[in-house]
Ligand binder design. Structure first.
Ligand SMILES: NC(=O)c1ccc[n+]([C@@H]2O[C@H](COP(=O)([O-])OP(=O)(O)OC[C@H]3O[C@@H](n4cnc5c(N)ncnc54)[C@H](OP(=O)(O)O)[C@@H]3O)[C@@H](O)[C@H]2O)c1
Length: 236
């Protein structure tokens, strides 16, 4: 139930939620490896965080991903924050845009799960990242991707049992590296505007979302669950 001496891999661990999970896990005694995409950001992470092995890799390339797992020891927990965001409905978005969003969110994680579960230690777990809020009419591909993650988690929980667990954390809009192309002023405005639609009238901190992954690693009797850390956004 604790993370001491556990081996944890965070795919998408150089920024945002994944980075916070990496740091908290290390503080709690785990050996942590992270994968990022951008070489410079990954190098910077490695310089800033001694003791965490950081590798830049495009995890959508199955050969590179298999090579990574073959070159390291097995893990107790494998976490993924792979995926993005998309605005636009089903009629005003191109098929290419919707398909790419589902590819980045669902198929990238499905491929990861299919490869990664062979490298889990007994009683280990995988945790994926879904998403809350948004509507089919204005976030079409993103909603399809999130629904597909939730369905994958439900299916694989039974397929992986009894030796392994699988769950997902479902955040809603949170200021992370995902929005690094927005100006600081626009991010602040989005925080203000978005908070109005959340029952708790604010956005999450990265630490609040990260704590969900830590909980799901530690509780050995939770599988097949989607843990919404979203201030109740879908209840309005
Ligand atoms: N933040 C939100 O508002 C929000 C809301 C709902 C759901 N989500 C979900 O949360 C996840 C994003 O997490 P975040 O908000 O913490 O974003 P983030 O700060 O951008 O972190 C994403 C991480 O994934 C890595 N990554 C992306 N593509 C990769 C690839 N092909 N191969 C290897 N690494 C890759 C990034 O590396 P680089 O930085 O090197 O590219 C980074 O470390 C997504 O699944 C998203 O759908 C986020």
């Amino acid at each position: 139930m604790n993370l001491t001496n556990k081996r944890i891999l965070i795919v998408g661990g150089t920024s945002g939620f994944g980075r916070e999970v990496a740091l908290k896990s290390q503080q709690q005694g785990a050996t942590v490896e992270v994968i990022g995409h951008d070489e410079n950001r990954t190098k910077k992470f490695q310089q800033d965080h001694n003791g965490i092995k950081a590798t830049a890799l495009n995890t959508q390339d199955s050969t590179d991903l298999k090579n990574y797992f073959s070159s390291t020891k097995t893990f107790d927990h494998i976490i993924s924050t792979l995926g993005g965001a998309m605005g636009g409905g089903f009629l005003d978005s191109t098929i290419e845009k919707i398909r790419q969003t589902v590819e980045d969110k669902f198929f990238a994680n499905l491929q990861l799960a299919q490869i990664a579960h062979h490298f889990l230690n007994k009683n280990g777990s995988m945790i994926f990242t879904s998403g809350s809020g948004g509507h089919p009419y204005d976030a079409s591909g993103a909603i399809v991707g999130n629904s597909a993650i939730n369905t994958m988690v439900a299916g694989m929980a039974v397929e992986l049992a009894p030796n392994y667990r699988i769950n997902a954390v479902s955040p809603t809009w949170t200021p992370t590296g995902l929005w690094r192309d927005m100006s600081e002023t626009d991010v602040m405005q989005q925080v203000k505007d978005f908070s109005q639609g959340v029952p708790l009238k604010r956005v999450a901190s990265i630490e609040e979302v990260a704590s969900g992954y830590l909980y799901l690693m530690k509780n050995d009797f939770v599988t097949g669950q989607i843990l919404n850390i979203d201030g109740g956004i879908d209840l309005n």
